[in-house]
Design a protein around this ligand. Structure first.
Ligand SMILES: [Zn+2]
Length: 138
């Protein structure tokens, strides 16, 4: 079995999963993950919004060491493999910071098209694969 690391953050394992963000009814700001209050105008009128599954790469870096807590992965310094982290523009709505499926500079270019996917992060004590959000070259 597989399960989502953050079930509230996406519709995975739906057939065509989407990220679940939130949109402010007052100023139209969009967030991901969803928030109870608007980060732009502090308004409380936030409703769930399904986000585009395609985006463009705005900036990226390589996570080259085990992230500090609250990082959810279970790697140790010995088992950790570097991964890409990208800032991805989804439509004209929102930029999200997310894991990328590659950390290879030859495969990553600013402005390139990316699409949403889900990748296994670790296997939990019950033997279930825990899946997390990532973007891959489209
Ligand atoms: Zn707002």
């Amino acid at each position: 079995m597989a399960k989502a690391l953050a079930p509230e953050a996406s519709t995975w394992p739906a057939t065509n999963p989407q990220l679940i963000g939130s949109r402010c009814g007052s100023c139209s700001a969009v967030t991901w993950p969803k928030q109870g209050r608007c980060p732009r105008c502090s308004g409380p009128d936030m409703t769930d919004r399904l986000l585009p599954t395609q985006g463009t790469l705005v900036a990226w870096t390589t996570q080259g060491f085990v992230p500090k807590l609250p990082y959810a992965g279970k790697e140790t310094a010995d088992t950790f493999e570097p991964f890409g982290v990208g800032l991805v523009q989804l439509g004209d709505e929102v930029r999200v910071e997310t894991r990328l499926t590659t950390a290879d500079p030859a495969e990553l270019k600013i402005g390139m098209e990316l699409e949403l996917t889900f990748v296994p992060l670790y296997t939990d004590d019950a033997g279930d694969e825990v899946m997390t959000v990532a973007f891959r070259p489209a």
